[in-house]
Design a protein around this ligand. Structure first.
Ligand SMILES: [Cu+2]
Length: 360
């Protein structure tokens, strides 16, 4: 390729493809590439200029026999201010665009399809919004069971992630984003596929032996095919909140202390518990509308009830650590969430579990 015949913008595109392998798969991903290339060219420009000037002056002002060195000025306030303030403005700008991009990737639109992802040494498991978690897989490199994750084209998809063991990181290079996946809490980010296609997922946090084989494939398919797919894999156990209700009714014994109609019992009612400000006995509180924070609070309240004591209540609840799997905790959180008017529209269950559904 004759580089000289191309404009800077074209060269930048050419280099982008060389650097990233393929163009970003969404507007946010392409924005991230553009910021990367901008920083790259900015740094290149200054690097070449500064190194060039340095080399030139080193030679020009080199020490020569018989020439006495001149005393140089040791201070120039305007110059020093200029070379401090101007680069700082550029650095501030880089931080600003980077941070904006980061936040845009993190904060999902409220109508996002929520897909639960669980990292475990060394596989990703997926639970779709209807509670189904089929494990269909393909061979990728040495990984003979890389899971397939289906997502709808043209609809935002939020990955709500947690780990069953160590730290992992869910990385989708085509979307230029990754996010740590941690035990004991949820983290999330979202993507939106523009067209049907395949996108590789890697683990980007060293997690032991088969870390490099901890891959998966995202298949973006037309939204109507995705809906049909979800229908076809629908779990007889029902959607998460229905399974959560069944769990607390059959195995939890939670109703002894928690009502769902607003009545105060030994413990606080679950009605509107999710998403509404809570005061704790130690003076701290929880408020705001970050869904992860509320899911984390529900989860922690079950596993480690005494970590935060709801004001006005005795620390009467025993820990249920080990009583439920991570997946089941997710169902219970979904159930408690569904009892709240703060739950995003569409997540409030409209039907009850069929009476003959298998219990879990
Ligand atoms: Cu991993």
């Amino acid at each position: 390729m004759n580089m000289c015949a191309l404009s800077i913008a074209q060269q930048s595109d050419w280099l982008t493809t060389k650097v990233f392998g393929a163009a970003g798969a969404s507007p946010l991903a392409r924005e991230s590439d553009a910021i990367f290339m901008w920083i790259f060219w900015f740094s290149t420009f200054w690097f070449v200029l500064l190194m060039g000037l340095m080399a030139y002056w080193v030679i020009k002002y080199r020490r020569r026999p018989g020439v006495a060195p001149q005393r140089s000025a040791h201070h120039n306030t305007p110059l020093e201010l200029a070379w401090t303030i101007i680069p700082s403005l550029f650095l501030g700008y880089m931080f600003y665009v980077g941070f904006q991009g980061y936040i845009s990737n993190l904060v999902a639109p409220t109508n996002a399809e929520v897909i639960d992802v669980q990292g475990r040494k060394w596989v990703w498991t997926i639970t779709y919004p209807n509670g189904a978690n089929p494990l269909t897989s393909i061979t990728m490199g040495n990984n003979q069971a890389a899971p397939e994750i289906y997502i709808p084209v043209g609809r935002p998809v939020q990955f709500r992630m947690t780990s069953a063991d160590v730290m992992h990181s869910f990385w989708i290079p085509d979307f230029r984003f990754k996010q740590d996946v941690l035990p004991n809490r949820y983290s999330s980010f979202w993507i939106e596929a523009e067209e049907p296609g395949e996108h590789v997922v890697y683990c980007a946090e060293y997690c032991g032996d088969l870390h490099s084989e901890m891959s998966a494939i995202i298949r973006a398919i037309p939204a109507d095919e995705y809906d049909a797919y979800l229908k076809s894999i629908e779990d007889p156990g029902g959607p998460p909140e229905v399974r959560g209700k069944r769990l607390v009714d059959t195995r939890g014994g939670c109703a002894a202390c928690h009502s769902i109609d607003g009545t105060k019992g030994i413990g606080p009612t679950w009605k509107d518990a999710w998403g509404n400000p809570v005061q704790f006995a130690d003076g701290t509180s929880l408020a705001g509308d970050d869904p992860d924070a509320w899911d984390n609070y529900i989860r922690e309240s079950i596993i480690n009830p005494n970590a935060k004591i709801h004001t006005g209540y005795a620390p009467a609840m025993a820990s249920y650590a080990g009583a439920f799997t991570e997946e089941e905790l997710g169902f219970i959180a979904a159930y408690i969430k569904s009892l709240s008017s703060k739950a995003p529209a569409g997540e409030i269950p409209t039907e009850q579990a069929p009476a003959d559904a298998p219990s879990n």
